[in-house]
Ligand binder design. Structure first.
Ligand SMILES: Nc1ncnc2c1ncn2[C@@H]1O[C@H](COP(=O)(O)OP(=O)(O)O)[C@@H](O)[C@H]1O
Ligand SMILES: [Mg+2]
Length: 316
């Protein structure tokens, strides 16, 4: 496989001033030791609950945050910023309200050396707007004149116009109505096609990720707990947290329910486990070792890795 971004031992800790500790600084471990490859041409999904560190990971990959520790290697390219672009959840905050669609989409072209000026821009921008489903007469309007879905189309046009190597989509459809969401997801799927372009697609919604992505990384509290091909993850989730995410549809299973309630009750006093697995306090299949040592990566099958002692010990 041809990887375009290679991430090793990545950490991002944010300082937190604690009143309770008399102003002493503690650390919010937003990203706490991630290894990850982004392959050329893949649509990689990053899924996990709110606060698990998805946006922080996206910003680190884009070069918008400096890592606390670890490295991001762009495989022969200078920086992430030159080769990448981003679409955030809220296009209103990322689109300059004083710029027309034309200027918004033109900006990335101007920062790429060697692009022809003048007429060349106009045709390129028009082509891109058509590609994302916007028309020529909309070219000189301002962001506030568009609906949420249309503004996201403008943001997408801006993201693809300079032909980046990869695009980070951070919850691009989260604020939209379900039907508009579906239109945007279909557009993204179409644009990707079989191209060499790589997507990093961040979402808390596993259904969205399943629809768009070829490979999925599951995040929990600053760590990746499982990576797998799309279909394989749904057929055979290995990490108990992945299983929990996939079981969002409530299944009435009395034994399992009472187990979950029992574990939730214990969770509070066991949250203090600092050496072992981050999922220890909630895990229905935990072992003693899970309290003591953080799980290492275990390759269950080709292309399917999990960070879980219980799974590893089961298969040894
Ligand atoms: N710029 C920042 N400064 C301080 N803390 C931050 C910053 N960005 C994110 N965090 C914290 O890092 C953790 C992960 O946040 P985030 O990456 O936004 O998660 P997600 O996108 O999965 O919801 C959260 O606890 C959040 O409060
Ligand atoms: Mg986020």
């Amino acid at each position: 496989m041809d990887s375009i971004v290679s991430i090793r031992g990545l950490k991002k800790y944010f300082p937190v001033k604690s009143e309770a500790l008399f102003g002493k600084t503690t650390w919010n471990k937003a990203i706490d030791g991630i290894d990850l490859e982004i392959q050329r041409g893949e649509a990689l999904g990053v899924v996990g609950e709110s606060g698990s560190g998805k946006t922080t990971l996206g910003k680190l990959i884009l070069g918008l945050h400096a890592p606390t520790e670890g490295t991001i290697d762009y495989r022969g390219h200078d920086t992430g910023r030159m080769q990448s672009s981003v679409v955030f959840q809220d296009p209103f905050s990322s689109l300059n309200p004083r710029q027309t669609v034309f200027d918004i989409v033109k900006e990335p072209l101007e920062s790429v050396r060697g692009t022809r000026r003048g007429q060349g821009f106009r045709q390129t921008i028009l082509d891109i707007l058509n590609l994302v489903g916007l028309s020529e007469e909309q070219m000189f309007r301002y962001p506030h004149e568009f609906s949420g879905g249309q503004r996201q189309r403008i943001a997408i046009a801006r993201a693809i116009v300079a032909k980046p190597l990869f695009i980070v989509f951070d919850e691009p459809t989260s604020g939209l109505d379900v039907s508009v969401q579906a239109q945007i997801l279909n557009l993204l799927k179409e644009l990707k096609g079989n191209s060499d372009l790589s997507y990093v697609f961040i979402s808390h919604n596993i259904g969205v990720v399943k629809y768009i992505c070829s490979r999925i990384a599951v995040m929990y509290r600053g760590k990746i707990v499982e990576t797998s091909g799309n279909q394989e993850l749904f057929d055979n989730p290995l990490h108990p947290y992945s299983q929990h995410l996939l079981s969002a549809v409530p299944v009435i299973d009395e034994t399992r329910m009472s187990k979950i309630i029992e574990f939730e009750a214990k969770a509070a006093d066991e949250a203090a486990v600092s050496n072992g697995c981050i999922y220890y306090s909630k895990c229905p299949i935990r072992r003693d070792i899970c309290r003591e040592k953080p799980p290492q990566r275990f390759d269950a099958t080709e292309g399917h890795s999990v960070y879980c002692w219980a799974r590893e010990l089961d298969q040894r």
